[in-house]
Design a protein around this ligand. Structure first.
Ligand code: PMP
Length: 544
């Protein structure tokens, strides 16, 4: 490890949520923890000075207005915007991107083209899909080359119909930066250039004038600020030409019964009472962030990221998808047996290590990479070598436990065997119960014939397919999932009602049975939602 003059322990000491050293928070690309000054600013606003900004002449309203407008100035300074009027507060980066897609599309014609990339977060994809469908626009995508955005591939994509290019500055899944400066040089003058800086904002000095972008957006929560606040930057004349997504109080110049005129930016985009506490907290986050040396912080997290890549690359059971020197200090990997990813994420959670499992809101990217899920550890300046060691050691323990499970194979001809359910009930601990469920799941055969969209049970992090057939008044089930644990849990639930009549299913007390096994205490909400939607599905079948 290289030494730097940034002290991560001093940095960490400002974060109350990280006071417990047994916690290893490595999900910073999802959201960062908050320093005490941010929490205090939020609570100070509610403790003393609540008022509705821009809506009164009394001292409380004036103070709230001052809170908002001073934060606007700070934000402008932070990204070197021309002036504070170019900064709009939104609910999130997602809201900012929706404002752009829906507003800009109003002036587009059928056949106009929008260029995005394969790296985009769903927030910079779905709003464009919606407007593309509505207005018959064409979406084109910049591909990847060696795990990075291939900006040179923009050349053949650009045509005289290209109206908008909206690209992430940094991938939230792989951590790689897009070379926006190079890309910008290829874009024709008439083309609107939008930068999604949600992931980049805490890792790169963003200078909107240097980037020469028309619009840029990010969220406060990914840079130690509060949730529920996004920032939309736009060149002033572009913002003033853009129709707002929301209308109502606080954004108007004049209103009559039949029509209204709107204020200029930024207020034309800020209809409704503002989230002043969030803005106050964000001001504190900006001040906090500015105190620390960005280059040294980056050096620190890059060192940790390289270390994590190096150590994890020693496991042959695992594939790394991120590059060791990526901008956002992301460690993106998958077990070769992809169905175990979800179990590893669970195991890490049980050991106080928070990483993310899933598609990271970038499903098209995962499809491109041939993955149904990815694991992502994402590093922030408060992380230290012990966090990386905890991650690597827990991965090693998990993998060696798999070796043991591998040897414990026993096949039952009856996949929904109620005797197994009884054994599971008798298990003394959740760990033992989980192991039995995993073994059960392991022995459920793959059923390609039922892996179909109409048989998919919604609401579960993993895919779960169920085929239900009724013969002689009795129900029979076949199921499959892309995760062993889910196959096992579903087998357990289905074993309760295999061969039952509709009346018996209706009468069965699923809630009691699930509670008795304490299933929901140990399943992440996205997974226990899946369990409940399986139950709901069974109950609905029985009603028909
Ligand atoms: N773009 C990127 C690259 C992101 O990483 C995220 C958040 N993960 C978003 C957009 C959306 O941000 P938010 O959920 O805060 O609206």
């Amino acid at each position: 490890m290289k030494t730097t003059d940034f002290d991560p322990q001093a940095f960490k000491s400002y974060f109350p949520a990280l006071a417990d050293d047994s916690i290893h928070y490595l999900d910073n690309a999802a959201t960062t923890q908050k320093p005490a000054s941010v929490i205090e600013a939020f609570s100070a606003y509610y403790s003393s000075t609540v008022g509705n900004a821009h809506r009164g002449s009394h001292r409380f309203s004036r103070a709230a207005t001052e809170t908002i407008e001073s934060c606007r100035h700070r934000c402008a300074e932070f990204i070197n915007a021309e002036n504070a009027n170019t900064m709009v507060f939104t609910q999130s980066c997602t809201a900012a991107l929706n404002t752009l897609a829906k507003g800009l599309a109003e002036n587009l014609q059928a056949g106009d083209e929008i260029i995005l990339s394969l790296l985009e977060h769903h927030a910079n994809l779905i709003p464009w899909q919606e407007v593309a469908e509505k207005k018959q626009l064409k979406l084109k995508f910049l591909p990847l080359k060696n795990g990075q955005l291939d900006w040179q591939a923009a050349k053949p994509l650009i045509s005289d119909k290209t109206r908008i290019v909206s690209i992430t500055a940094c991938s939230n899944t792989l951590g790689c930066s897009s070379q926006l400066g190079e890309l910008k040089k290829l874009l024709p003058k008439h083309c609107t250039f939008i930068v999604d800086a949600a992931q980049a904002i805490a890792h790169q000095q963003i200078d909107v004038q240097e980037l020469e972008c028309d619009f840029l957006c990010f969220s406060a929560h990914k840079m130690f600020g509060p949730e529920g606040l996004g920032i939309l930057y736009g060149k002033q004349e572009r913002l003033n030409d853009l129709p707002p997504l929301l209308s109502g109080g606080g954004m108007i110049q004049q209103v009559s019964l039949q029509n209204s005129s709107y204020l200029n930016a930024p207020h034309r985009f800020e209809a409704g009472s503002p989230a002043t506490a969030n803005v106050a907290a964000f001001s504190a986050a900006l001040q906090f962030f500015k105190q620390w040396p960005l280059t040294q912080m980056q050096q620190h997290i890059n060192d940790l990221c390289e270390q994590a890549h190096h150590r994890l690359s020693e496991f042959s059971e695992l594939t790394l998808f991120s590059q060791a020197n990526n901008t956002a200090a992301i460690v993106c990997f998958s077990l070769q047996q992809q169905e175990l990813n979800i179990e590893l994420a669970d195991y890490l959670d049980q050991n106080g290590i928070a990483i993310r499992h899933g598609h990271h809101c970038t499903q098209p990217l995962l499809q491109e990479l041939g993955q149904s899920s990815l694991l992502r550890a994402s590093i922030a300046p408060y992380n230290q070598l012990n966090d990386i060691e905890a991650l690597v050691n827990a991965c090693a323990e998990f993998l060696s436990a798999q070796e043991q499970i591998k040897s414990e194979t026993e096949l039952s001809s009856n996949e929904l065997d109620s005797k197994r359910a009884e054994e599971i009930k008798r298990a003394k601990s959740w760990q033992q119960r989980q192991k039995q469920l995993i073994l059960w799941g392991k022995n459920i055969s793959t059923k390609k014939d039922i892996q179909q969209a109409h048989l998919l049970i919604p609401g579960c992090e993993s895919a779960l397919w169920l085929e239900a057939k009724r013969g002689d008044g009795h129900w029979h089930f076949r199921h499959d999932s892309d995760a062993r644990l889910i196959r096992g849990i579903s087998a357990l639930i289905l074993s309760w009602v295999e061969g039952a009549s509709s009346q018996e299913i209706t009468d069965f007390d699923f809630t009691k049975a699930i509670d008795e096994l304490q299933l929901k205490n140990y399943l992440s909400p996205s997974r226990s939602n899946g369990v409940y939607s399986l139950v709901e599905h069974l109950q609905n079948l029985a009603k028909d």
